[in-house]
Design a protein around this ligand. Sequence first.
Ligand SMILES: Nc1ncnc2c1ncn2[C@@H]1O[C@H](COP(=O)(O)OP(=O)(O)OP(=O)(O)O)[C@@H](O)[C@H]1O
Ligand SMILES: [Mg+2]
Length: 440
Amino acid sequence: MRCRECGYQSVRWLGRCPGCGEWHTFEEESPGPTGPPSVEPPRPITEVAAVGEPRVAIGIAEMDRVLGGGLVPGSVVLLGGDPGIGKSTLLLQAAFRIARSGWRVLFASGEESALQVRLRAERLGTLHPELYLVAETDIERLESHITEVSPRLVVVDSIQTVFYAGLAAVPGSLGQVRECTLRLTRLAKRTGIPVLLVGHVTKEGLLAGPRTLEHMVDTVLYLEGDRHHNYRVLRGVKNRFGSTNEIGVFEMEAGGLTEVENPSRLFLSNRDAPVAGSVAVSCMEGTRPLLVEIQALVGASGFGTPRRLTTGVDHNRVILMTAVLEKQVGMILSNQDVYVNAVGGVKIGEPAADLGIALAMASSFRNRPVPPDTVAIGEVGLTGELRPVPAVEKRLKEAAKLGFARAVLPEAAKNGAVETGMELYTAGSLKEILEIFFAR
Ligand SMILES: Nc1ncnc2c1ncn2[C@@H]1O[C@H](COP(=O)(O)OP(=O)(O)OP(=O)(O)O)[C@@H](O)[C@H]1O
Ligand SMILES: [Mg+2]
């Protein structure tokens, strides 16, 4: 039902409109602003207008690049990420940049009060009169705010807090999230206003519900990072208007997220000098490459059975690498304790990390560092042979972007790697690779 005076929407008939206070104004809704878009006849693709509005650059280069060159008018962008990673911070900074360039922005916060957002904006230095703030979670009221304020960008933090009063389900439930996203999507398409949504990642690592949200929006970005380190990586997971190969790197500081133009500086700052036992690997997380540092500590054990302790890596693969290093390379580890750790609390299950794990163990055992700008990719077989893994090129490109200059690869994976401009070390077996790095 909709009020014919002010357009206030309600699921049931109301005697008096809460929007404008008029009596008996509710009537059955004709396909209005939130109804299906106006009917257009089918036409040849060649006759569809080819020029749309240009993209809007936010002015944060790392973010614009991930978006594929700025915000597409009428698009809906979802920003996901772990709690406290910096989603609100990033979007507040983006909103400010847009507002500063003379475009009005409506920032709807359901997570924090207007005062809290203002205090944050003061800390980030993102106060601007064109940046409008509202602490609103009712989607219908939010829609009317958008109509009133007529912003050029809408930010909703977060989609899980927004609800439609017409549904009995609690905010954050699948039905609510789906309904509210749908309404915002329609609004964006109809008005051309881009909408940025924050979405929380559940314990299972998914955005509310089994990826429903990801299907509904145009672009999905994730803000990732290790909470104990300052760097954050903004990554495109889905983009209807650009590639998903780009990443943006930021550093979290008291004044907000600052762009990192040379990520290698950041990445290698954790690993200043070369240290024995540390090797970076490039793993695929779904379709996304992720660079992870593997640390190994191999040292003489006391009495009894030597210890094999792992965190973040597949324990069985470590046992396997220990056996391969002993048998095929001749490294005596049966009297050594072996500890292997993936930095940053990630979990790697891929055999593609084998080579990195073996290299890190050998490096620690020999007490000889591998150069810190080296990434290792490859599976190691029981005979010590190196096997290629899928998506080598994608993994290497990501590594190159993050500042890695050398790659250790199975001979058979060489073809996929030539274009990355990295220095390549390839071999057919683990033994040969170790000779390259630890000869003498
Ligand atoms: N006073 C401060 N000084 C420096 N850094 C701060 C300060 N307050 C917050 N931060 C940083 O900002 C981060 C929180 O960012 P933000 O609130 O944008 O995250 P979020 O992803 O929106 O979190 P949530 O999921 O809780 O909404 C903190 O983890 C911290 O690193
Ligand atoms: Mg937040």
